[in-house]
Design a protein around this ligand. Structure first.
Ligand SMILES: Cc1cc2nc3c(=O)[nH]c(=O)nc-3n(C[C@H](O)[C@H](O)[C@H](O)COP(=O)(O)O)c2cc1C
Length: 361
């Protein structure tokens, strides 16, 4: 049996991943003041040792205000940077490429972890804080109305992303992914659902994309040319008046034209608490977005969402529907999902020397 292309190495700039399987960003909600602990070390290390080509951290926030929950990871102090250096070393020793998702929660900030109820934490609660956004429109019922960002406030956050990119480089990450999806700050600027600005950061697609374009520019200023930059997008809002696939293809073309972005990680949804309607949730339901970005915009893409079967992942890559598959919940359930997939698909993948004798399975 020939090795499926899923297990062929793939290069982005100077970085080569041993296969095309990436751990999707998965919040753990158990950091303290943005600082991770043994849980994060174990969680990310296990996925690297389990055979993923790329191991992406959970959404890692560029400021305390930008955290989704009080338990979210951050990268805005020296202590955060030192902790994440341990993470990158461990991921690399497991044979995977260490990647970090840099994020700002925007109007979805100040909420409880899903396993603590997932509700917005109001300003009256000492654990809560004031979220910010492109416009003073709350995400949904019970959410604090975000403070509308001034141009100076926007510039400050762009600067925080640049500083976090410098810290990510110092910590040893090899890929940055900018979180532009799921209703968080980047997406909330892109989507007409949450962005009603009348200045240069609102209006048409060029205006709504200005914030993301500035992030790309600023992050690239601190991120070496030979290291890749990914962007995660909600390719559609699944609601009338929201982002449509044609908008995303146009945005991807603009991102490609910058020469600074190497892949779009194609997700969807999250623009508002009520409104979005996904007509059919089925395995790979977001793959058409990855296909459109790859083939219509000509930018490499990642497919994500309900990809659980190794054969399905192999098919997506073999048929050039996407360049990477991002696996989330299946790899939460099984850190060694890539190794098991290799076995099932008959791929001869080298095991880490410590695990060589695992071929017994
Ligand atoms: C527990 C959990 C935490 C998540 N955290 C993040 C995150 O930090 N950043 C992000 O972009 N997506 C996040 N997601 C979405 C996943 O990255 C992924 O897109 C989604 O789970 C669909 O893929 P899957 O069907 O393989 O799980 C999270 C999903 C889950 C289940």
């Amino acid at each position: 049996m020939t090795t499926p292309k899923l297990f062929d190495p793939i290069a982005f700039r100077s970085v080569t991943a041993r296969n095309r399987i990436a751990l999707a960003a998965l919040c753990q909600y158990c950091a303290t003041d943005g600082l991770g602990d043994d849980w994060h070390i174990q969680h990310l290390g296990a996925r690297a040792m389990g055979g993923a080509g790329i191991v992406m951290t959970e959404a890692t926030h560029v400021s305390a205000v930008g955290r989704i929950t009080p338990g979210c990871l951050g990268l805005y102090t020296d202590e955060h940077e030192a902790f994440l250096s341990r993470v990158t070393k461990l991921i690399a020793s497991g044979g995977a490429v260490p990647a970090i998702q840099l994020a700002h929660a925007g109007r979805k900030a100040s909420t409880a972890a899903p396993y603590h109820g997932g509700k917005p934490i109001p300003l009256s609660d000492p654990r809560g804080w004031q979220p910010v956004g492109p416009s003073a429109i709350p995400f949904g019922d019970g959410y604090t109305t975000p403070a509308e960002l001034s141009p100076a406030g926007i510039a400050e956050i762009v600067g925080q992303f640049a500083t976090a990119a410098r810290r990510a480089r110092n910590a040893g990450f090899k890929i940055i992914e900018l979180h532009g999806a799921h209703g968080y700050l980047g997406h909330s600027f892109l989507s007409p659902v949450s962005n009603r600005r009348t200045d240069a950061y609102g209006g048409d697609l060029a205006g709504r994309a200005r914030f993301l374009m500035e992030l790309v520019e600023a992050v690239r200023g601190e991120w070496p040319d030979d290291l890749p930059l990914f962007v995660r997008l909600s390719c559609v809002d699944w609601m009338e008046g929201g982002i449509q696939l044609a908008d995303t293809v146009e945005l991807a073309k603009r991102l490609k034209a910058t020469g600074k972005v190497d892949l779009i990680d194609c997700s969807s949804g999250g623009a508002a608490a009520t409104g979005p309607k996904i007509p059919s949730l089925h395995p790979g339901y977001q793959i058409p977005f990855a296909e459109a970005v790859k083939h219509q915009a000509g930018l490499p893409s990642g497919a994500v969402g309900l990809i659980t079967a190794p054969e399905h992942a192999a098919e997506i890559i073999a048929n050039e529907r996407a360049d990477l598959v991002f696996i989330g919940r299946a790899m939460l359930a099984d850190p060694a999902w890539p190794l098991r997939a290799a076995k099932r698909l008959g791929a001869a993948v080298p095991l880490m020397p410590q695990y060589e004798r695992a071929t017994i399975l």
